[in-house]
Design a binder for this molecule. Structure first.
Ligand code: TYM
Length: 333
């Protein structure tokens, strides 16, 4: 059976971008593959996280994933730091990956900004940990949004170099699954920037916890241009904000942008934004309510995550142990 792995950082409330680009695609894979999903707290601390907030956000992220349709009975859902194999294999991969490869990572450049010298070393080797996340399960399919593609290519380079250097055929090739019309949801304030949970402006994103009024207000305030909507795709060229809103409605109503334009072409943004806000509220309202219910019982949530970690360890540890052996570490007692 195909093994699927994906992860999400507990660095804030999950956004509509996380939902449409990734989480929603994780749900059906539970029934089509052996699906392993992880809240990646080790990745989150590559930038500063307040400890109490990190604990709260980790639970909140787990609740969000379950509320979106992940079922801890049908998938393995756990917290990254609960399975030590991730950190251990990441160290080995730190010694396999080349500085030249990491220097090409656009996400590091974006996140580090102008002051790279002040970034944590963890942020720099972040993609090596991602490779370890996936490969310590020998997972071969990785459902992600478009922004993770470069990291997955690096993971394949690492796997290949490990196999080559040690003369083994141990780590498999991984394949990104980048699906749907909303693989890249953009900021509501700037159609050329990705919607992100760590953007300083809350107005730039829809959070899965936003209530109906907040969603309506954010959509009403979303940046647009002065033209009405076109009735065909070519008319969206050079109109990143219009393209983004059309993509979001297509994503949330499970249709194609072409169909959205067929129905709404010629409309001004006033009317279109009303339709979009209604669709978002109808879809996200029940998710927020379920999240709240789950967070009312943190002990049950933690227990489900502990079971998930145990199941994850059972797969990850033997693979990590074999990697240790291949590298030539003296067997531990
Ligand atoms: P993270 O936490 O930034 O995002 C989680 C998932 O959401 C997708 N995503 C988006 N998709 C469309 N539009 C957007 N605006 C948008 N923003 C985020 C991301 O592509 C991602 O799939 N490094 C990863 C987490 C990770 C991981 C892994 C993923 C750690 N280890 C191993 C896959 C496999 C990250 O920061 O995701």
């Amino acid at each position: 059976m195909t093994r699927v792995f994906s992860g999400i950082q507990p660095s804030g409330v999950p956004t509509l971008g996380n939902y449409l680009g990734a989480i929603r695609n994780w749900v059906p894979l539970q029934d089509q593959a052996e699906a392993i999903y992880c809240v990646v707290d080790l990745h989150a601390i590559t930038v500063w996280q307040d400890p109490a907030e990190l604990t709260r956000q980790t639970r909140e992220m787990a609740a969000a994933l379950i509320a979106c349709g992940l079922d801890p009975q049908r998938c393995i859902l756990f917290v990254q730091s609960h399975v030590r194999a991730h950190a251990e294999l990441a160290w080995i991969f730190n010694c396999v990956a080349r500085l030249g490869w990491l220097n090409r990572m656009t996400q590091f450049k974006d996140k580090a900004g102008k002051n790279q010298e002040a970034s944590s070393a963890g942020l720099y080797v972040y993609p090596n940990l991602m490779a370890a996340d996936i490969l310590t399960y020998h997972a071969t399919k990785v459902p992600v949004g478009d922004d993770q593609k470069q990291h997955l290519e690096l993971a394949n380079d690492i796997a290949q170099k490990f196999n080559h250097d040690y003369g083994v055929d141990f780590f498999p090739t991984i394949e990104p699954l980048i699906q749907g019309v909303a693989a890249r949801v953009m900021s509501l304030r700037d159609g050329t920037k990705k919607m992100s949970k760590s953007d300083p402006s809350d107005q730039s994103r829809i959070n899965l916890t936003d209530d109906a009024d907040t969603i309506a207000l954010k959509i009403r305030r979303a940046k647009t241009d002065a033209e009405p909507l076109p009735d065909h795709m070519a008319g969206l060229e050079n109109r990143p904000e219009a393209r983004n809103l059309v993509g979001i409605l297509a994503g949330i109503t499970n249709t194609l942008p072409e169909n959205v334009l067929r129905e709404h072409g010629g409309q001004g943004f006033g009317a279109f934004k009303g339709t979009l806000a209604d669709a978002l509220v109808a879809h996200l309202g029940p998710i927020a309510a379920e999240m709240k219910r789950l967070l009312d019982d943190p002990a049950a949530l933690d227990a489900a995550l502990h079971v998930g970690a145990e199941r994850a360890r059972a797969i990850a540890e033997p693979i990590c142990a074999r990697a240790r052996e291949i590298v030539g570490f003296l067997p531990a007692k």
